[in-house]
Each structure stands twice: as C-alpha cells, then as structure tokens.
Design a protein around this ligand. Structure first.
Ligand code: HEM
Length: 388
C-alpha cells in the first residue's frame, strides 16, 4: 500500500496517487482515492460520521463550553437509534417531491435577485447572487421576510465557514455567531408555538408537541438546517459559474443549448466539487478489500480524486457539459448523505438557467479566485460583466 505524509488539494497530484493505489496509509489514518472504494466507505454502516464533526471542532479549538455542548447534541454528532429518529424528522421536508414543489418559488427568487442587479457595473456574483439565493430560499422555507437574507447568510457563513476551513482565526466568530443564531432560532420557535404556520420550523414544532423531539432537539434540528442552507450552496454555485464564465466557449454552449443545463450542473459538481474530503471513523474492525482498518481509525475519502477516476468516468480530466451524469460523492452517501442535495441542485440549476438566458454575453471582469482546503473549496472572488 502507498504511504503518504501529506494531504494535497491539487487534482494532478491526487491523480498521480490514485494511479499508484486506490488507498494510502497517512499519519491521520487512510486516504481513499478511488471512486467505487470511496463510495463503499461512505455507505458502510460500520464507519461512523459523528467523530468527523468533533474532529473538525477540535481542530478549530472549540473543545468545551456551550457551543461544543450544543454540537454534541446535533444530528451530525449523534449516532444509533436517536440519529435515525432525528434524521427521519427532517427527511420528509427534503424529499424530491417536496423540493420539486418549490420549483416556482426558487425561480421567482432567482428572478428577483437578478432584477436587483445593476448590470451597468461589474457584479460581485458571490455576495450579490450566490450568497443571497440560498439565504432567500431558506427564508421562504421558514416563512420569514426575504430581506432577512443577509442575516441568514451571516449565520451560516460564520458558523460553517470557520469549521470547514479550520480557520482558527475565525474561532470566535464561530462561537459568537452560534449563540446569535441559536437565539434567533429560539425566537422563531416561540413565534410558531403561538401562531403555527405551514413552514419548516412549524413542522418541527408540531413534531415536538407530539413528543417526537425534545425542546433541545427541536432547536438543534432547526439550527442545523439554517446553517446547512447557505454556505455549501453558495460556494458550489460560485464554482459552477466561475468555471463556465472563465471559458466563453462553455458559456456559449449553454446559451445555444440551454436544455444542457441540468447535465452541465452535474458535470460541474464532478469537476469542481465543493467538498474535497469526507471522512468516517471505524466503530469496529473493517476489511477494505483485504486491508484491515482497526476500530477507531479514520478513513478520508478524497472526493477530488474519486471524481477523476478513469474506471468510472471516461476521459475524466475533460470537462464535458453533456456527459451522462454519474452520482457525485460530494454530497456524501449512505446513512449520512446530504439531506439538502435536491434543494441545492434545484437552486443552482435554476440560477444557471436564468443566467444563460438573461446574460448570453456575460464574462469575467477579472480572474476569479478559489481557495482549496482539505475539506472544501471556497470561491473568494468572482466578478463578472453580465452584459459582456
Ligand atoms: C451544494 C451544496 C451542498 C453540498 C456540497 C453539501 C454537502 C454535504 C455533505 C458532504 C454532507 C455529509 C454527507 C456524508 O458525510 O455522507 C452533508 C450533510 C448534510 N447536508 Fe448538505 N450539502 C449541500 C447543501 C445542503 C443544503 C441546501 C441543506 C439544507 C437546506 C443541507 C443539509 C444537510 C444536512 C442536514 C446534512 C446532515 C445529514 C446527516 O447527517 O444525516 N445541505 N451535506
């Protein structure tokens, strides 16, 4: 087996490693570079996810205190029967059918956002579009005014951002914002208790009143969806738009054939995934094709390497907007797979559809900038001249 000492984010280096072996031993555990082997790890019930959140919290320096205590009572860190119950409480709200029903609302949100842009100047696509779209979609889901978008985006960004990038200079932002967001959620829950509606938080309040969730779980479930709503979708939308606008030939291909948009979105999830690694911890010894992973060891699945695996994708280093979609690993898989993936697809697809229709001559006004960390890729600069 290959032995490695570091965790590169560069796809070419990851490709070289995958060509040597689908698995490597590293100082932090095992690294998986192959697609089917990575998928099998994500789906394997003897690998737990909870430890991976606590691992990132430890890295960030949130090792005790009320915020750590709250995370330890969250779906992301609970295992066993309680996790199944907590996941079931959210699943119906994110079913493919429920998300399809949100199609018109998301299209309206996209249209409203694009109407507000002043296209006589260059547009900051991250702060003016990619950040506000999922924030407004969340506002719609919980039935609060859409102009709370910036507050919602701030909650998500300052809680998840420092955690995923393990940016210890933002540790205090994480803690302060976690307190603020919890208070906001508590006030929303109180309002729904007095006056229930047909929205996402009211559904959770209903579950709590039937005894399916404790009061603490109710707050944690609502907080998880608030934080999960914006950050990942914002950066993935930025990765999709930045990649396409960087090469006018790609943009023109979609302008002339907008029916390709859904396939193009899936291909861009493969090509530039938001998640770089997703990892698990073995709860008992697990045999991975003859390699024994001991109880307690960590296994890191490299989404970046798996998405370029030639055993699964023909010509994997080519971006082909009409490629038949496979299943991306960047939403995870198995018992912990992303609950919001259908919603994220809907938002990004509708955004791209509207943008190629409205702005056929759009182009970048300056080179865009991405920052890769082990866990995720962030887009930190993306400006365009939408009128060309
Ligand atoms: C492009 C956008 C998104 C990406 C790349 C993404 C990615 C992920 C990943 C990698 C996981 C962990 C999966 C695993 O370990 O197997 C996850 C879990 C989760 N995601 Fe997403 N996500 C996105 C958008 C969303 C949205 C919009 C929501 C909700 C509104 C959401 C809610 C969740 C929840 C609740 C979990 C925890 C599931 C569990 O532990 O059972 N995500 N997501």
């Amino acid at each position: 087996m290959l032995t490695v000492a570091d965790y590169p984010t560069d796809v070419e280096e990851l490709n070289r490693r995958r060509e040597q072996s689908w698995i490597a031993r590293s100082p932090r555990g095992y690294e998986i570079y192959g697609y089917s082997e990575g998928n099998a790890v994500l789906r394997e019930p003897r690998f737990n996810k909870a430890a991976s959140w606590l691992y990132r919290l430890d890295e960030l320096g949130v090792t005790d205190g009320p915020v750590r205590h709250a995370w330890e009572r969250n779906l992301t860190t609970i295992e066993g029967k309680d996790r199944i119950r907590l996941r079931r409480s959210l699943t119906p709200q994110f079913s493919p059918k429920r998300i399809r029903e949100m199609g018109d609302s998301v299209r309206q949100i996209v249209s409203g956002l694009l109407d507000e842009l002043d296209t006589s100047e260059t547009v900051d696509l991250i702060s003016q579009v990619c950040r506000l779209l999922p924030a407004r979609t969340y506002c719609h889901m919980v039935d609060v005014p859409l102009d709370l978008d910036k507050l919602v985006a701030h909650f998500s960004d300052d809680i998840l951002g420092p955690l995923f990038t393990v940016d210890t200079t933002r540790r205090d932002d994480h803690i302060t914002t976690h307190h603020e967001a919890t208070e906001w959620i508590e006030s929303q829950v109180e309002a729904r208790r007095r006056n229930p509606g047909d929205d996402f938080i009211s559904a959770l309040v209903g579950q709590a009143s039937e005894g399916l969730l404790s009061d603490e779980e109710l707050i944690q479930q609502a907080l998880l969806i608030l934080t999960g709503s914006v950050d990942n979708t914002m950066h993935q939308a930025g990765l999709v738009l930045g990649t396409l606008l960087e090469d006018p030939a790609y943009w023109q291909r979609l302008v002339s054939d907008p029916a390709l948009v859904p396939k193009a979105v899936e291909e861009l999830f493969r090509w530039r995934p938001r998640f770089g690694t997703i990892f698990r911890q073995a709860t008992e010894p697990v045999d991975l094709q003859g390699i024994r992973v001991a109880e307690g060891e960590y296994v890191f699945v490299s989404v970046r390497a798996a998405h370029r695996d030639p055993r699964v994708f023909d010509d994997p280093d080519q971006l082909r907007l009409d490629r038949e979609p496979g299943e991306p690993l960047m939403f995870g898989n198995g018992p912990y797979r992303c609950l919001g993936q259908h919603l994220a697809r809907l938002e990004i697809t509708e955004l791209l559809r509207a943008m190629v229709e409205r702005y056929p001559r759009a182009r970048l006004s300056a080179p865009w900038r991405r920052v890769d960390s082990d866990a995720v890729t962030e887009v930190d600069f993306l400006r365009a001249d939408l009128k060309g």
